[in-house]
Ligand binder design. Structure first.
Ligand SMILES: NC(=O)c1ccc[n+]([C@@H]2O[C@H](COP(=O)([O-])OP(=O)(O)OC[C@H]3O[C@@H](n4cnc5c(N)ncnc54)[C@H](OP(=O)(O)O)[C@@H]3O)[C@@H](O)[C@H]2O)c1
Length: 372
């Protein structure tokens, strides 16, 4: 099989996905080392504070007996130039005498952007970038990281399932709208985000688990055309955020099954909630005149807790309040071909987003909206 430059670049992103769910608030990064037109080493950033993708790839090549001197290093994000939890990657690339570093995207962190490139160039290493076409095709990849690193506010994705007539369910009833494969796609979305947020009524009616039970084939729609071999990804449950201003959630709900949750409540409920769940699980947020939490305040506090991305999974009132506060970065609709005939249907929210992408999983159309 013949590989081209763009294939190596794409491969860095697929490798980067292997760290998804484990590296935040660091970015997901993948690296491919190529010598004599052959991949000799691959790596990715596996967990927060762990070795960087470049270090892993070099080690992978050396463990197989290859020498990386004179090799070309493809990396999804500009190699770091600063000492953080690990030493700077650029120093190691210089030390190992690689001949070229091919960078998919510059680091969007304004404090470090371009510094790695400069140091590599100063050391006489050739630096090149992915074509603007390829960068445009995958510009979404670092969007959440870019927002968080530049604003310290989490990237917010909304997600609903609805029928082709725009119904989200029946009031008071637990109802599955999308198909089984689409449900698995949701596991991928949960793995992608640091936290999942739902409203109290969804806990009451659906008692959802909100976990990542497995990593699906459709982890991302763009993974369909992956190159051969991808290492096993490790599922992990995101933090569960529950908006319950009036303390109506049953204490035995599935979302409270372990320590991985934060109940967002209001002053009057705080003491009793803390008594039952423990202080570390309660976040008090002021409510505004319209009885809604101040979402900008909430998101700022969550950002300070290093939550870089949130998936808002409903229900209708919760989603509406996020639209009203104009805080969605992305909104995903699963549109099933079915319809519900009932007098108490829950209407899906109307919004002014621009349709960015549509694809199908089984019978469900997956529509992704941006720019609200
Ligand atoms: N089709 C889908 O994708 C989907 C997804 C999830 C759920 N559902 C369905 O949706 C229904 C539940 O939706 P729902 O609209 O009734 O309720 P919900 O959004 O699940 O919960 C609403 C409640 O959460 C609290 N809340 C939400 N946003 C808030 C904010 N910004 N500030 C303060 N409190 C906030 C309020 O609690 P208080 O009432 O105590 O003030 C509010 O009444 C269920 O039937 C469920 O099956 C469908």
């Amino acid at each position: 099989m013949k590989f081209y430059r763009d294939d190596f670049f794409r491969r860095t992103l697929f490798l980067a996905l292997c760290g998804r769910g484990h590296v935040s608030p660091n970015p997901e990064v993948g690296c491919v080392i190529v010598k004599d037109k052959k991949i000799i080493g691959e790596g990715w950033h596996p967990y927060y504070g762990g070795p960087h993708a470049e270090v892993q790839a070099i080690q992978n090549a050396e463990n197989q007996g290859y020498c990386v001197a004179g090799a070309c290093v493809f990396v999804s994000l500009e190699p770091c130039a600063h000492t953080g939890k690990t030493p700077p990657c650029v120093e190691m690339l210089i030390q190992k005498k690689v001949s070229e570093v091919c960078i998919f995207f510059l680091d969007p962190n304004p404090l470090v952007s371009g510094k790695g490139v400069q140091i590599l160039k100063n050391a006489g290493i050739l630096v090149s970038f992915a074509s603007s076409n390829l960068q445009n095709e995958y510009s979404f990849f670092y969007e959440p990281f870019q927002k968080y690193i530049t604003t310290h506010i989490p990237f917010i994705t909304g997600k609903i399932a609805k029928t082709k007539n725009g119904e989200m369910g029946i009031i008071g009833e637990n109802m599955r709208i999308s198909g089984d494969e689409t449900q698995k796609f949701t596991y991928g979305l949960r793995q992608k985000h640091d936290a999942i947020l739902v409203g109290a009524h969804t806990i009451l009616v659906d008692n959802p688990h909100l976990g990542v039970r497995e990593i699906p084939k459709y982890y991302e729609e763009y993974e369909e055309n992956t190159l051969p071999f991808l290492p096993q990804k490790v599922p992990r449950d995101p933090l569960r955020l529950i908006m319950d201003p009036h303390g109506i959630c049953p204490h035995n709900a599935q979302v409270f099954r372990d320590e991985n949750f934060l109940l967002i409540t209001e002053k009057t409920q705080k003491v009793s909630a803390e008594k039952y769940f423990g202080k570390s699980h309660i976040l008090e947020i002021p409510v505004q005149k319209n009885n809604s939490f101040s979402l900008p305040v909430l998101l700022q506090i969550l950002g300070e807790k290093k939550i870089a991305s949130i998936l808002v999974e409903g229900g209708e009132k919760t989603i509406q309040s996020f639209f009203q506060a104009n805080v969605f970065d992305e909104f995903i609709e699963y549109e099933s071909p079915n319809i519900i005939i009932h007098k108490n249907v829950i209407p899906a929210p109307i919004h002014s987003g621009k349709l960015w992408k549509t694809f199908f999983i089984g019978m469900d159309a997956i529509k992704i909206w941006k720019d609200f």
